[in-house]
Each structure stands twice: as structure tokens, then as C-alpha cells.
Design a protein around this ligand. Structure first.
Ligand code: C2E
Ligand code: MG
Ligand code: MG
Ligand code: MG
Length: 285
């Protein structure tokens, strides 16, 4: 009896494995087609200065415009793109498109681009970044690259060398999802990051807890003593905003201020904010 159930479970498991494998194969083929046909698009989410509520930059977040499934989230296809190596051409497209879009935004707005481990491991990565900057006319100082701990996990020396090269050229380097890995803190000693992006799990889990903010306060303090800007991700409520402000973080990002939006919408948002500021300063004068 138990054996029969066991065998049945095994069969079901194998069937599910086959199904998953088939789905992956289909998605991989569709991803290749999407690259060829230009079916990816970038949405941008503001990175906001907590001192004056001004938009300092935007993060480029890729979406896949699927003919049947609609707008597909990167959490669905980025892992497969990384496993299949498709992240290299996709990442190159993202970098070039983000630089072009940012070049059309005001000079004081920077653009942050997420970079996967496989992209950075590529010998020509720094060269590709320089080409994207040259082709778009974007100044290197307006580009931020966001990397996660996994980027520094393997092949570390040459990855660090590439990052140093880019940083010398003026590109800024952020550590994304800080605190979710095993040794985020030790990486702060290995590379002079310009910014720490504190993962949104820290704000989400802090709601209604008496220790709300304690971890954020500690990371902000760590950043301050190392001269690194701290940004808190995933701010959804006024209460969370008040907490991160009280703990002294410099920047925030989250649905409360704005979700990721198409570039035209973000450009309008930035222009509207600038117009309001000039009205306010004219009234004050
Ligand atoms: P990430 O780099 O940590 O980006 C922030 C993610 O948090 C985005 O999800 C954003 O939409 C979401 N987010 C922002 N504010 C809030 C909030 O208040 N609440 C909640 N619940 N979520 C918020 P998205 O766009 O789905 O991207 C997910 C991840 O996919 C990114 O996380 C990044 O790791 C990866 N990704 C996105 N675009 C690219 C890309 O061009 N290249 C690479 N390599 N990875 C990318
Ligand atoms: Mg990011
Ligand atoms: Mg992040
Ligand atoms: Mg995150």
C-alpha cells in the first residue's frame, strides 16, 4: 500500500519535472525570439532624496511584452536568462536603452542599471559600458550599476578589477538587496561601493515591531562611517517612510512615491516636480 503510494507520487513528480522542463524550453525559445523582435521594455522607478523629496535618479527595470501573457515580470524570466546566458545580450540591450533614455532626462538625474554576475564576468563588459555611454552621450557620472552579492561570489578578482576600472571612469557602483546574502558586510571591505540599497524585506518585516528601524539604523550607521550613501527599498507606507527618515537614510525607493513607470511618464513626473519647485522659489523670492 505504502509502496504503491510512493510509486504513484514518484510518477507524479516525474510528470511535473517533464512539465517544468517543457515550460523552460518554451520560455527559452520565446526569450530568444523576444530579443530578436525587440519585445523588452524598460520601466523606471524614482530614487528619491529623503532631505528634499527630489528625484535624484531612476532605476531601469526590464519587462517582457509577451504576445499572449502581457507584461511579464523580470522575476519570471531573469533567472532563466541567467541560466541560459541570454542575460548577456539582454543586459547589453538594457544598458544601451537605459543610457539613451537617461540622456534625454535632465542632467541632474542619474540612471541605475541592474547587472548580473554573468555579464560582469564577460571580459568585454567594461568596454560595453563605455560604448553604451559613448553612443548615448550620457556622462559616466550619471550611470550607476547595481550589483548583488552573487556578482562578487565567484571569479572575484577579475570582477573586482572590472568594477574598479568602471569606477575610475566615474560610473558609480551600488550594492543591491543589501542584507539578503550571507556576507554582505564583508563585501563592503572588498570594494568601495558608492551606495548600499537596503533590501525591502527589512522595512516590510519591521511593521508594527518594537525593533522597527533598528537594523536599518545599524546599516545606515555603517554606511555613514564608510562614506557610503544608503537607500532603503520598498517603501509602501507613510509609517515606513517616517521610520527610514528617522533612522537617517539618505534615499528611498518604493510604491509610496511611485511604482516603475514607462519613460515618458517618468520624464513628465520629473518635469512637473521641477516646475513646482520653480513656482515655489518664485513665490518665496
Ligand atoms: P531589484 O533590482 O531589487 O529592483 C527592485 C524591485 O522591487 C523591482 O521589482 C521593483 O518594482 C520592486 N519594488 C519597488 N518598490 C517596491 C515597493 O514599494 N514594494 C514592492 N513590493 N516592490 C517594490 P521588479 O521590477 O519586478 O524587478 C525584480 C528584480 O528583477 C530586480 O530587483 C532585479 O533583481 C531584477 N531585474 C530587473 N530588471 C533587470 C535588468 O535589467 N537586469 C537584471 N540583471 N536584473 C533585473
Ligand atoms: Mg536593483
Ligand atoms: Mg534591489
Ligand atoms: Mg530588492
Amino acid at each position: 500500500e505504502a509502496k504503491a503510494v510512493g510509486r504513484g507520487t514518484h510518477c507524479l513528480f516525474e510528470t511535473q519535472m517533464d512539465e517544468t522542463a517543457r515550460e523552460r524550453t518554451v520560455m527559452e525559445r520565446e526569450l530568444r525570439e523576444a530579443l530578436v523582435h525587440g519585445r523588452f521594455e524598460l520601466h523606471y522607478q524614482p530614487l528619491v532624496d529623503l532631505d528634499d523629496n527630489r528625484i535624484k535618479g531612476v532605476e531601469a527595470l526590464v519587462r517582457w511584452r509577451h504576445p499572449e501573457r502581457g507584461l511579464v515580470s523580470p522575476t519570471v524570466f531573469i533567472p532563466l536568462a541567467e541560466e541560459t546566458g541570454l542575460i548577456v545580450p539582454l543586459g547589453d540591450w538594457v544598458l544601451n536603452q537605459a543610457c539613451r533614455d537617461a540622456a534625454a532626462l535632465p542632467d541632474d538625474i542619474s540612471v541605475a542599471v541592474n547587472v548580473s554576475a554573468l555579464q560582469l564576468r564577460n571580459r568585454n563588459f567594461a568596454q560595453g559600458v563605455l560604448m553604451a555611454l559613448a553612443a548615448s552621450g550620457l556622462k559616466a557620472t550619471r550611470l550607476e550599476l547595481e550589483i548583488t552579492e552573487s556578482v562578487l561570489l565567484d571569479d572575484t578578482e577579475s570582477n573586482l578589477e572590472t568594477l574598479h576600472t568602471l569606477r575610475r571612469l566615474g560610473v558609480r557602483i551600488s550594492m543591491d538587496d543589501f542584507g539578503t546574502g550571507y556576507s554582505s558586510i564583508s563585501y563592503l571591505r572588498r570594494f568601495p561601493f558608492d551606495k548600499i540599497k537596503i533590501d525591502r524585506s527589512f522595512v516590510r518585516d519591521s511593521a508594527g515591531r518594537s525593533d522597527a528601524g533598528a537594523i536599518i539604523r545599524a546599516i545606515v550607521g555603517l554606511g555613514a562611517s564608510l562614506g557610503i550613501t544608503t537607500l532603503v527599498e520598498g517603501i509602501e507606507t507613510e509609517e515606513q517612510l517616517a521610520t527610514v527618515r528617522a533612522e537617517g537614510a539618505q534615499e528611498m525607493q518604493g510604491y509610496l512615491f511611485s511604482p516603475p513607470r514607462p519613460v515618458q511618464d517618468i520624464a513628465r513626473m520629473i518635469a512637473d516636480a521641477a516646475a513646482k519647485r520653480s513656482v515655489a522659489s518664485a513665490a518665496a523670492a
